[in-house]
Write a protein that binds this ligand. Structure first.
Ligand SMILES: Cc1cc2nc3c(=O)[nH]c(=O)nc-3n(C[C@H](O)[C@H](O)[C@H](O)COP(=O)(O)O)c2cc1C
Length: 212
């Protein structure tokens, strides 16, 4: 099949200003619930874009692990490339694509670390092997082969067998993205998609419709 021939008309839904919530976090929660109901696969997976000190962008998938009034949380290694990039420039962009609903959500803003207490609480809630995984991987570092990881995991499994407490690794934890701009995109027929963007103004939110 020719890649240029792949196309789809979007017909499922529409996005109407009158039906939108006042703030983008409530609107996100409402769409997220619909994504879960529609059994969107890994609805909490999103692309997270950061920028390095030369201005080069880097993008990867992470899992959304919490939404609060103040923002969107994900967890990672604090010594990874993404965390180093965030350390120098806290501006990031996060994008969800829920293809089963023909929807995209784009969130832009600043990230900051969540409290160590909250990171610890989430770490403790993770399955035993995921807890060990946080210790095994020096995320983003070059390694000589897969066996480096397997050996490290083996040692850790002996030191902390199932049923024992795995200590919290200080190099691992959560970030929260505090939004300043959030766009909701609903696919529509003939490429006349609906795009509504929430922009933060003072303490409130202003909604604008954008051309598709
Ligand atoms: C479905 C999926 C979920 C992922 N979730 C996370 C996550 O929550 N946190 C994380 O650090 N990496 C996650 N990753 C791995 C990242 O995409 C990436 O490879 C890793 O974080 C290293 O990125 P960096 O070198 O830019 O820091 C996930 C990858 C996929 C495909």
């Amino acid at each position: 099949m020719n890649i240029q021939d792949i196309r789809k008309d979007y017909t499922q839904n529409e996005l109407d200003e009158a039906a939108l919530r006042e703030d983008p976090v409530s609107q996100f929660n409402s769409w997220f619930e619909e994504a879960l109901k529609a059994e969107v696969l890994e609805a909490n997976a999103c692309a997270l874009a950061t920028v390095d000190e030369l201005g080069n962008p880097h993008n990867r998938i992470v899992l959304l692990k919490g939404v609060s009034e103040s923002g969107f949380q994900f967890f990672t290694n604090y010594t990874s490339d993404k965390a180093n990039e965030i350390g120098r420039n806290a501006a990031v962009a996060m994008t969800f694509f829920w293809k089963e609903l023909e929807r995209q959500v784009r969130i832009e803003g600043q990230v900051r670390k969540i409290s160590e207490e909250d990171s610890k609480a989430y770490f403790i809630s993770r399955p035993h092997m995921s807890q060990l995984g946080a210790w095994v991987s020096n995320q983003s570092q070059v390694i000589s082969g897969r066996s480096v990881l397997e050996q490290r995991l083996e040692e850790l499994m002996q030191r902390y067998p199932e049923g024992t407490n795995v200590p919290y690794p200080a190099h691992w934890g959560g970030f929260e993205l505090r939004p300043i701009k959030v766009e909701f995109w609903q696919g529509r027929p003939s490429r006349l998609h609906d795009r509504i963007c929430y922009v933060q103004i003072d303490q409130g939110w202003h909604k604008q419709r954008l051309a598709p």
